[in-house]
Design a protein around this ligand. Structure first.
Ligand code: ZN
Length: 452
């Protein structure tokens, strides 16, 4: 295939390198870039009027929350946790999870995402289905690259007798769950379509500290990466300091939980010393600006970690804490918030795109994706500029990052279309809307029967 007439493109590189001309794809791999002419019989995709970028990479999500939007909307993190995931998890049947995953994956594909990492942390013997299997099946339907950060907890937060007890597993059962998933889906190759990571939900609350080094060691032995929520807000950092006498990042350093095989979601409340420690150890950040804003948690110092040589990736986080779980709004939120807080020098569109592409590939250790260059997998997004909000734009290449509503026309993964001409080939959005309405009503109904 030849993608031709590229006037507004980006390679994904750190310096905001632009791309024009054409891209040749053979066998799912980018083979040539430049002034190319179609060969006889070659399929041609016309990029006129589009912005071309590497497929975007979302490094932290909770797809099960896609049918839990708009709940507890005026609550900060802890009451939100109590009223949303802790309240609804027992009611999440297989169909609810399946439809929720489909909603989230559709939102992401329509905003140019080609790789998704889902941090799923509700595993329980109350379920008559395997959530990991449902998530991998739904991702495969879309044809999207999918990393399951297999979460879980051995200790639940106590939100009082009226809130259902959290789904807990013993450490051996948690590790067994990761091993079982890893055997089935963890492909270590640089362009893996499926991966598994070990992802204790929130280490300072959800596991006995003495078990954390063992969990890290077992995960490394299994050849899977490590992921968790960390330092999501000031109360979180203060709790870690109070309970363990250290701030979150040095505390986890002591637990063998830093390194180039580790990435954390949030890192909102971190000091300059913690930024240095993250950068020096190669520990990456999933930057979730929208959920942090919606929950009033603060603004993560992603530009400071980037400036220190650290790895920043972009994430939309669960739609239960952020009603716009798409990549375009996440990019614009980051663009706006960092500039509001620190001036226009704080962030530029090319760096944001780099975070959402090569930064994500580095955080997830998928070095064959995230960049448009010969030899890389053909994960490529074409953004449509036909909406009124893009009229009058002097530099159309900026649109996916600064318009707040990146709308993809085509998304491909290894040269195969996940989205084509604005349509998801395997999903009818009208039918999904109907399913979403039905399960949202059902979740609301069963929830109203929960103790007040
Ligand atoms: Zn999260």
């Amino acid at each position: 295939m030849l993608i031709k007439n590229i006037a507004h493109g980006w390679t994904g590189d750190k310096d905001g390198t632009r791309l024009t001309g054409a891209i040749r794809i053979e066998g799912g791999i980018i083979t040539e870039i430049g002034d190319l002419v179609a060969k006889a019989g070659e399929e041609v995709l016309d990029a006129s009027g589009c912005v071309v970028t590497p497929g975007m990479i979302n490094t932290h999500h909770h797809l099960f929350q896609s049918a839990l939007k708009g709940l507890a909307i005026n609550q900060p993190l802890d009451p939100w946790l109590e009223q949303v995931p802790y309240t609804y998890w027992p009611r999440l049947d297989e169909e609810s999870l399946r439809v929720s995953a489909r909603i989230g994956l559709a939102e992401l594909a329509l905003s140019g995402v080609s790789t998704v990492c889902d941090h799923h942390y509700v595993f329980s013997d109350r379920y008559d289905y395997d959530p990991a299997e449902v998530l991998f099946e739904e991702a495969a339907r879309f044809g999207i690259r999918f990393v399951l950060a297999r979460g879980g907890m051995s200790r639940g937060r106590d939100f009082g007798a009226e809130v259902p007890a959290a789904p807990v597993e013993s450490v051996p059962v948690f590790l067994q769950g990761i091993e079982t998933a890893a055997k089935r889906w963890n492909d270590p190759s640089p362009d893996a379509m499926t991966r598994v990571a070990c992802a204790p939900t929130t280490p300072n609350f959800n596991f006995a500290p003495e078990t954390l080094p063992e969990i890290a060691q077992e995960a490394r032995h299994m050849g899977v990466r490590l992921h968790a929520h960390l330092s999501e807000n000031t109360a979180y950092a203060a709790q870690t300091q109070r309970a363990f006498g250290l701030r979150p990042v040095p505390w986890l350093a002591k637990m063998d939980w830093l390194g180039s095989d580790v990435w954390f979601a949030h890192l909102v409340d971190i000091t300059a010393d913690e930024i240095t420690l993250l950068a020096e150890t190669g520990t990456a950040m999933s930057h979730c600006p929208q959920a942090n804003a919606r929950l009033g948690s603060g603004i993560a110092p992603a530009p400071a970690l980037h400036a220190a040589g650290g790895t920043v990736s972009m994430a939309v986080d669960g739609a239960g804490a952020n009603e716009a779980a798409d990549m375009g709004s996440a990019l614009y939120t980051a663009f706006a918030l960092h500039r509001a807080a620190h001036g226009v020098e704080a962030i530029d569109a090319g760096t944001l795109l780099h975070w959402a592409t090569m930064g994500g590939a580095k955080a997830l250790d998928l070095p064959a994706v995230g960049r448009i260059a010969p030899g890389m997998a053909a994960d490529i997004s074409l953004f449509d500029l036909s909406d009124a909000r893009n009229f009058g734009l002097h530099d159309p290449a900026l649109a996916p990052m600064v318009s707040g509503a990146a709308k993809a026309r085509d998304v491909m993964v290894a040269g195969r279309f996940v989205l084509r001409n604005g349509r998801l080939p395997h999903l009818e959005l009208g039918a999904l809307a109907e399913d979403a309405r039905r399960i949202t009503e059902r979740l609301a109904r069963v929830s109203s029967r929960l103790p007040a």
